[in-house]
Design a protein around this ligand. Sequence first.
Ligand SMILES: NC(=O)c1ccc[n+]([C@@H]2O[C@H](COP(=O)([O-])OP(=O)(O)OC[C@H]3O[C@@H](n4cnc5c(N)ncnc54)[C@H](O)[C@@H]3O)[C@@H](O)[C@H]2O)c1
Length: 255
Amino acid sequence: MTYDYTGRVALITGGGSGLGRAIAYAYAACGAAVAVSDINQEGAAETAQTIIDKGGQASAAQVDVVDRAAVAAWVNDVHQTFGRIDFAINNAGIEGDMMSHRLADASYDMYRRVMDINVNGVWHSLEAELPIMEAQGEGVIINVASIAGLVAVPRNAAYAASKHAVIGITKTVALEYVRKGIRINAICPGFTDTPMVRRGIDHDEVFAKRLLAGIPARRLGRPEDVAETVMYMSSKGASFMVGECLVLDGGIHAA
Ligand SMILES: NC(=O)c1ccc[n+]([C@@H]2O[C@H](COP(=O)([O-])OP(=O)(O)OC[C@H]3O[C@@H](n4cnc5c(N)ncnc54)[C@H](O)[C@@H]3O)[C@@H](O)[C@H]2O)c1
């Protein structure tokens, strides 16, 4: 890693698996203290312990991003413990019913759940993070959206709706806070090799082949691809990047 984030503090929701975990490891490798939360306590604890075992500084908490008060309490606790919050990665999310039903046949409960976690979770996180960063006079926030926030996702309108909403929120708060020293962007990964994508492809060879054929790079993204881009987006080198939705998808969106 070429970035030096020694003395900096990074906070990551959904840090117990996949992209969140890879981002946590990347910040730690750059010298930052890392606070991860996840609804899955075991996953969050494992991420933090791995960082501590390598000589880094980390904490873990069980937080459901749907629970507004719990998110606020955790973010404030991280601030109290570490003294500042430099980077906030709002990453927790679910895929809903992947590639299953057209809208009229889709589960309404699942639609509500996807919106609750993917959209309200980001909202709750931002509400808690922004006043702290505003008081600090600086900070970087990256919302993990998806290419599903830019294009249609046939048979998963709930997921597409949620990620389009994350992009709308990102662009708007980016403008609201840019002159307060807070830089807010989104990252839009394509299909990346995490448990989320594995749940869809591991048991369906036909779907897996079709998915790969649709990626010009002919491979899934690696969580590290996303983490390294997040390290760049956190850096001074990206200081003019504001309200951007950075696509990282092996060429899908360009095709
Ligand atoms: N993997 C991909 O291809 C891909 C592509 C684009 C965007 N994304 C987005 O990246 C983010 C991370 O996904 P991933 O691929 O690492 O998936 P993942 O399933 O491996 O990890 C998601 C994490 O979020 C946590 N989580 C779920 N609901 C939560 C809640 N209510 N509160 C707190 N934590 C919760 C899970 O426990 C899990 O640890 C998601 O927002 C996802 O939509 C993933």
